[in-house]
Design a protein around this ligand. Structure first.
Ligand code: PNW
Length: 457
């Protein structure tokens, strides 16, 4: 059995090693160079939504420090940078005129990557929807998908000479079910089963964007956050809970993308079959071939049926419309500071689940990482042995998955820098590099130094 002790030699020599960030989490400079407002500006300005009332107004000031940050990434031995393009920088009103200054910023990022021997991987949507589009209905309306295609085409046209790897969406599950289901993320709406309309419009936006930006010389994919869902017992009721949550979390995205159809059982559970039947004509577009799929993996989940056997509790804020009362079961795993269970076997299980559906499709782990409070030691080094251990275990599993013949082509750590962790504000740190938010000083954590050594080994 291979393990991480051999360092990167357990992986093929062309395996892609990178780190990821997202625009609103790191950039700051929210009013600079013509950027328009996004739903995250609005949400963060709403009292009670973000820990400590924080916002992404400054974040890591990556807008100004990107060159140093990319050099830091390269110095760790990483060869790929996954960043996201902020739609409100490129098309500030969401539709209509493009903003050259916004495009110029992403050109600087890509050129700085290339000058440092780093391949840029751009994600077109990591959740910062232009506010005017939300005011017009957001992802609950079809027009947003078409505006996304227009913005994607503008961005690809402007950057095609420096960026050849694209992801359309990051984690549409979060956009739909945290944004329109339980309201934990922007735009903070609680819309019950209507969150499934957001799923369809997001996937339609993906399909339209692929059609608009695919060229013979680029690769285009999508980054999902699928996760294995286990049943707490083999009882019929717990298996039914497993089927429902796997349906909402995984099959609702994987089936249309890879098989060209929505899962009938999910549409039935949620009472949306008639609504979805109107969109059969969109499915060929949504299932157009991908060059790769990105998998963001943090933890699995184990679920049980509600004691009274009644799954639905309509009207509650939920990420599980129609199955609101499914119970999340604690299986005794060690957890990170997010409360997320640590289970590298879950990474294997989800990669195998997708590989079974699409045996030839290249896969990338486009995010994987852990939040822990960093311990700053006297001599200025940042002790984070638990984060290092998380990476070691998941990389050992990734190596086994590759050895088993799954076409896993790369791994991006989440994340390069501590950053704005959405509704958690700055209270959760996932970085390989520590950020002092008072001084913006960067310090490579011991986990980052370990990764550097792993990559050099
Ligand atoms: C992902 N959940 O978010 C995002 O892509 C990153 O921007 C984020 O910083 C990272 O994971 C860590 O949270 C998620 O509730 C947020 O299951 C929430 C969930 C999953 C992923």
């Amino acid at each position: 059995m291979s393990n991480s002790a051999g360092g990167r030699s357990a992986f093929p020599s062309d395996f892609v090693w990178g780190a990821a960030t997202a625009s609103y989490q790191v950039e700051g400079a929210i009013r600079e160079d013509g950027r328009g407002p996004s739903i995250w500006d609005t949400f963060a300005a709403t009292p009670g939504k973000i820990a400590d009332g924080e916002t992404g107004e400054v974040a890591d000031d990556h807008y100004h420090r990107y060159a140093d940050d990319i050099r830091l990434l390269a110095d760790l031995g990483l060869k790929a940078y996954r960043f996201s393009v902020a739609w409100p920088r490129v098309v500030p009103a969401g539709s209509g005129a493009a903003n050259q200054a916004g495009l110029d910023f992403y050109r600087r990022i890509a050129e700085t990557c290339l000058a440092n021997g780093v391949t840029p991987y751009a994600t077109l949507y990591h959740w910062d929807l232009p506010q005017p589009l939300e005011d017009a209905g957001g992802w609950l309306v079809r027009d947003t998908a078409e505006r996304f295609r227009d913005y994607a085409a503008i961005t690809q046209d402007a950057l095609s000479d420096v960026v050849s790897h694209w992801m359309t969406l990051n984690e549409p599950w979060c956009s739909a079910f945290l944004g329109y289901g339980n309201g934990e993320h922007a735009p903070g709406r609680v819309e019950g089963a209507d969150a499934l309309k957001a799923v369809h419009h997001l996937l339609l936006g993906h399909g339209l964007a692929v059609q608009a930006i695919k060229t013979p010389s680029n690769t285009v994919g999508i980054a999902l956050n699928p996760a294995p869902v286990y049943a707490a017992s083999s009882s019929d009721a717990d298996r039914d809970a497993q089927r429902r949550v796997d349906g909402l979390r995984n099959r609702m995205f994987l089936d249309p993308l890879l098989l060209g159809k929505y899962p009938a059982d999910v549409l039935e559970d949620t009472g949306t079959a008639e609504w979805f039947s109107r969109f059969d004509a969109d499915l060929p577009l949504i299932s157009a071939p991908l060059d790769f799929m990105g998998v963001n993996y943090y933890c699995p989940s184990t679920v049980a049926a509600p004691a009274d056997g009644e799954f639905a509790a309509p009207g509650e804020p939920t990420t599980q419309p129609g199955s609101e009362k499914v119970v999340a079961v604690d299986t005794g795993l060690d957890t990170t500071q997010m409360g997320w269970g640590i289970d590298p076997n879950g990474l294997r299980d989800i990669l195998v689940q997708i590989n079974t559906m699409a045996p030839e499709l290249p896969l990338y782990v486009t995010e994987n990482g852990a939040a822990y409070p960093d311990e700053v030691t006297v001599d200025g080094t940042i002790e984070d042995a638990e984060r290092q251990s998380y990476f070691e275990k998941h990389l050992a599993t990734a190596a086994e998955v590759v050895a088993d013949g799954v076409p896993l082509k790369g791994y991006f750590a989440w994340t390069l820098l501590d950053n704005f962790e959405w509704s958690w504000g700055y209270t959760r740190r996932f970085g390989l590099v520590h950020v002092d938010y008072k001084t913006q000083q960067r310090t490579v954590k011991n986990s980052g130094l370990w990764l550097k050594e792993f990559l050099a080994r």
